[in-house]
Structures are given as C-alpha cells and as structure tokens.
Design a protein around this ligand. Structure first.
Ligand code: ADP
Ligand code: ASP
Ligand code: MG
Length: 436
C-alpha cells in the first residue's frame, strides 16, 4: 500500500481536483491524504482571530466570504444535480457550524474545531467527486484514528490499532481518502498537527500501515537546494537521506512539515516529493541511503532567540550545563543550537512562550543576555570529518555577513549559523553563489 499526500494547491480549485484523479486512479491500493484547499486554513485562522477579538460582524463576513468561495468551487466541481445538491447540504452544515461559534464563548478548543473544517471539507468534496465519476473510494475520518499524546507527539500504538481496524472494515476497497493535519489530543478533543501538518499525517499513516512508499505531492518538483521563495535559480535535489531531509525540514524548508521525516525514517519507508503541476518530473527521493559527499542544500528558520549565559562558576565546573538544561526541560522549551566557551554558553530557542520565566531562573546563578529576531541558516550535506574544504567554502561565501553563532559537529550533515533576520536574504544569496 502507498500513501499519497496532496497539499493545498493540489486541491486548490475544482480544476485541480479534476486533475488529481489521474494521479490516483490506477489500481494499486492507496491512502490519499488531503490538505485543506489552499488559503482555507489561513481564512479559518482569520475567523478564529476575529472571534477571539469579539469582532462578531467581521467573523460573520469572513465566514460568508469563505462560503461564497466554496459555493463557487462546487458549481465547477460537479456536473450532476444530485451530487451538487448533496454538496450544497454539506456546505450548509459546515458553515452553520462555523456561524454557531459566534453565539458563545470562544476558547482554544473552539479554535481547533474551526481549524479542522478545511480538511473535512476538501476530503468530503473530493470524495463526492469520485462518487460522481464512478470511482469507488472510502472516506476514512482521521478523527477516528489520528491521536497525539499529552506531549503532542503521535500516539503511534493507538493510531496503528485504530487505523488498521478502520481499514479492516473495507476488505474489498483499494482507494481510501483521509484528512491531513487534524487529529484528536490525549483528552479526545479535536486538535491538529500544527501548520503544514498534512505532511506529518502522511508519514504517520505511512508508518502505521508500513506503507511501501509515501508520496508528498505539492507545487514544486522536489526539495530545492535553497529557498525558492527567496533565492532565484534554485535546483531540485534528486536524492536525500532521512537525516538530511529531516534537518532541512526542521530548519525551515517549507516543503516539508518540520518533524514529518521521523515516522518514515523509523520504519525505513522511502518518501518521494513530487509535483502535481508536473507529474513527470523526477522530484526528490528520501531514503536511508547517504549519497554524494557534497553540500546539498541550505534552509533558513526565522523567529529565533539567542540566550547567552555567562558565569564564573562554569570555569572547570561540572554540573553547570545540567542546571541550565533542567530549566529548559521544566519549561518544555527545546534548544536548537548550542555553543560553549570556557565561561559562557550561547543557545537558541524558537518557542519564547516561557522565556521570561526561564530568564528569571537562569539569573539566579548566571548573567543572561537575550537577542531576538534572529535566523538560523542551516547548510546540509554529507560532511564527514575526513573531508576537507567545506568550512572554507561556507565561510568564504559569508565573508561579508556578520555571524552571531556557529554550530558544527552535532551531526555529519549540518552546519548551522545564526544571523540577524535582516541579513537572511543576503546570507542565502551569498551561500547560493558560493556553494552551488
Ligand atoms: P503544500 O501546500 O503542498 O503542502 P507548501 O506550500 O507547504 O505546499 O510547500 C511547498 C512550498 O515550499 C514551495 O512552493 C516552495 O515555495 C516552498 N519551499 C521552501 N523551501 C523549499 C525548498 N528548499 N525546496 C522546495 N520548496 C521549498
Ligand atoms: N491545512 C493545513 C495548513 O494550511 C495543513 C497543511 O496544509 O498541511 O497548515
Ligand atoms: Mg505544506
């Protein structure tokens, strides 16, 4: 069985949904994971923000505008009166539900229920379309099997058990459709896998059923060697290892959800990145195999804060770092980069929710300086210790860029540098010129 995930632009219009059929209608068994139509999740975020701000009229307008958009989509999607009417009823029920949030208290729970509507709509509409053209498929409700733990990690045992049970209900079917992104949390409430989470659904589902392959279909021909939104003339990479792809995803290559590689890697399932606009393009294949010995790609992650911790007590002392790390652990704040000298440690975080409390605790035993609005630029490739010249190439390219931190040696696949976000574009362009 294969898992095929189609992102927002791949289901972004009636025309795109029509085109999708050619990519999934062969006889091989598959689970198709769909995102919300492009723009919808952003629209739902705006609706939720309006409701938080108690701007009821604005929320009404935003919901009505979205309804108009979907009414346009269904008029182009279907040909038969019967399916069109059925889809109109579907829209009525979803949009009445959205309006119902205007009547009552609004909390994070309601917000998550709103954010789930995009994937529920896209999958139901696509399922109706398959029905109209006579392609047999089963719509699997992700909320029946996707669950995260209290630590917001996929509950793999639960997912495996429940997805297998869902699939077992349809022994004669080969084509299954399900929602990306949405799940339940440990309390059974509707939740999600964070923005871009449909990729994560695909790899979690792939791992749960031990799929032969996971395909992520999007609007570009694979992972490029630099951020195509910022740098011109970027190129697709044919092969990446799981480790390399995971680093790029985590450090900002938007084509993949930050943590979606892990489930595929754990079960050694190849992940293929493909382009719905250009299905014949080779794309990128991500496997266990480490190929080539060169610098492969660069990615950037914004919204980083650096914390510099200094203490005389660190000199020749053991246990100091443990006391530092314990604080971050207690506040569930992951550290991305870290560098140390004899008397100081610099580290970076992107979740600043508890930064004030962390700072206060650190200040009890050391001096603390915090810088914000920083960007981690991550250079990924196969750098084994014996190979020479990479560092020179990287830093020669960056000779005009002030660098705040450097991290190398944590893995054989990653050199990370920290720069001011204002210099992100210059940094990516300079690396493109110097490295590729
Ligand atoms: P989808 O809606 O299909 O999930 P996304 O917008 O999440 O699509 O991801 C695809 C986009 O990721 C591309 O259009 C591209 O602009 C952006 N992107 C950022 N970095 C990279 C990269 N290194 N390689 C390819 N695409 C990238
Ligand atoms: N629809 C969700 C988002 O826009 C999930 C996804 O597209 O992957 O973030
Ligand atoms: Mg995406």
């Amino acid at each position: 069985m294969k898992v095929l995930k189609f992102g927002g632009t791949s289901v972004g219009s009636a025309e795109r949904m029509h085109a999708l059929v050619h990519l999934i209608s062969d006889v091989s068994p598959k689970i198709v994971v769909l995102s919300a139509m492009s723009g919808t999740t952003n629209n739902l975020v705006e609706i939720a923000n309006a409701l938080y701000a108690k701007k009821n009229e604005l929320a009404k307008k935003l919901i009505d505008d979205l309804n108009t958009k979907y009414t346009g989509v269904i008029s182009q999607l279907y040909k038969t009166e019967k399916v069109l009417n059925k889809s109109k009823e579907l829209l009525v029920s979803h949009f009445n539900y959205l309006h119902s949030f205007r009547m009552d208290m609004f909390t994070a729970n309601e917000e998550r229920a709103i954010l789930a509507q995009g994937e529920l709509l896209s999958t139901a509409l696509f399922h109706y379309y398959l029905e109209e053209i006579g392609i047999d498929s089963v719509l699997l409700p992700a909320l029946n099997f996707m669950r995260i733990t209290v630590n917001e990690e996929p509950d793999m045992k639960y997912i495996e058990l429940n997805l297998t049970a869902e699939l077992a209900k349809y022994p004669n079917n080969k084509l299954f459709i399900t929602q990306g992104y949405i799940c339940r949390n440990a309390f059974g409430e509707i939740d999600n896998l964070k923005r871009g989470g449909s990729d994560y659904t695909a790899t979690i589902v792939g791992a749960a059923i031990r799929a032969d392959e996971i395909q992520i279909w999007t609007d570009i021909d694979g992972m490029h060697n630099n951020d195509p939104r910022i740098v011109d003339k970027t190129l697709p990479i044919a092969e990446l290892s799981f480790d390399e792809a995971a680093e790029l995803a985590y450090f900002g290559a938007k084509i993949l959800h930050p943590t979606c590689i892990l489930p595929a890697q754990m079960c050694n399932i190849p992940v293929r990145l493909l382009n719905t606009m250009q299905p014949e393009a080779k794309g990128t294949v991500i496997t266990q195999k480490v190929s080539g010995d060169s610098i492969k790609a660069v990615a950037a992650k914004d919204g980083i804060s650096a914390i510099k911790i200094k203490s005389g007590r660190m000199l020749l002392a053991y246990g100091f770092l443990r006391s530092v790390f314990e604080i971050f652990e207690r506040y569930k704040t992951p550290i991305d980069m870290i560098t140390t000298s004899e008397v100081a440690v610099s580290l970076t975080i992107d979740n600043t929710q508890n930064l004030d409390a962390i700072k206060k605790e650190l200040q009890e035993f050391c001096s603390v300086e915090i810088d914000t609005d920083l960007t981690i630029v991550c250079i990924v490739g196969n750098f084994t210790a014996e190979k020479e010249g990479y560092a020179l190439k990287i830093f020669e390219s960056l000779k005009n860029i002030p660098i705040r931190m450097i991290s190398y040696g944590g893995s054989e696949h990653n050199v990370s540098i920290l720069v001011d976000t204002k210099l992100k574009k210059d940094t990516l362009v300079a690396l493109n010129k110097g490295l590729f």
